[in-house]
Design a protein around this ligand. Structure first.
Ligand code: 9D3
Length: 257
């Protein structure tokens, strides 16, 4: 067991209990193995008033509440003291930079992340400015707060730390790294509800199987995510497979998904 985790993540939140899932499964095992350390801090512990207030009315008026700045600064100071610095500071925000697999790779090499979870209408702007926090969004839909976004960021980032996921090959093979969606998967039995496993997968012909899988990955990407196909790096053989798929798709059949 290493004496220092390869990735330390400090999360600051008003809902520390929401992070219980990070103790389970793959990330739980990684933490027990000392590869990963996730520390969750309760923002309320860094308030100084009787009511442990974390939000207040917006200057200038308008709807909703704004998270106060001082508790975040106090939490950051405590984290810096314990961790010996602050690493990369992230603020979850609908206004943030889109979170992508590329950014997950980048963060997985940072060594230390501090994730501040926003809530309500937002966080006092001076938190992002004063702590030099990078604002990150996980996508164009509206959540009730930053906690799920923080967990998504931790999950996608931590699994890229070497050793966290047992099967390194499956991490490297990931569809968003290769730029294509995954091919269809099957396991026993060979027939379910009248639906058969494609014959080629039962053939034992590994070259034919590899070709079929690549082709079906291209077909799925074309049908479901043509935007990804534009950006995918296709070699000569892939281009030939794409031509076949395009021909087959034109000829209809249209079956499946
Ligand atoms: C029109 C004002 N709304 C901005 C879109 C207010 C608002 C709604 C929801 C402010 C905060 C939130 C809570 N969302 C997050 O904190 C959040 C989030 C999200 O909603 N979608 C994707 N990524 C993220 S990261 C944090």
């Amino acid at each position: 067991m290493p004496d220092r985790p390869k990735l330390r993540v400090d999360v600051v939140t008003i809902f520390p209990e929401a992070f219980a899932p990070l103790q389970l499964s793959v990330l739980g095992r990684a933490q027990r193995a000392g590869l990963l350390l996730v520390r969750v801090w309760n923002l309320r512990d860094f308030t100084t008033d009787r009511h442990r207030t974390t939000d207040d009315y917006p200057y200038g008026g308008g709807p909703g509440m704004v998270m106060k700045a001082e508790p975040f600064f106090a939490a950051a100071r405590a984290i810096a003291q314990e961790a010996g610095g602050l690493g990369r500071v992230i603020l979850t925000s609908p206004q943030g930079r889109p979170f992508t697999q590329r950014l997950a790779y980048e963060l997985s090499r940072a060594g230390h992340l501090v994730i501040l979870c926003g809530h309500y209408e937002g966080v006092d702007e001076r938190v992002a400015v004063g702590l030099r926090a990078e604002e990150i969004s996980i996508g164009d839909y509206v959540l009730t707060g930053g906690e799920l976004a923080a967990m998504v960021i931790v999950d996608a980032t931590a699994r890229l730390v070497p050793g966290v996921v047992g099967d390194e090959a499956s991490v490297r093979e990931d569809s968003f790294t290769r730029g294509l969606l995954d091919y269809p998967h099957y396991t026993r039995p060979a027939e379910v509800e009248g639906l058969r496993v494609p014959e080629v997968l039962l053939s034992g012909n590994h070259q034919a199987i590899a070709r079929w899988r690549r082709k079906e990955a291209i077909r799925r990407t074309l049908r479901r995510r043509p935007d990804l196909l534009q950006a995918a790096q296709l070699d000569e053989e892939d281009r030939a497979l794409l031509e076949e798929v395009l021909r087959e798709e034109r000829e209809g059949g249209g079956g499946g998904v």
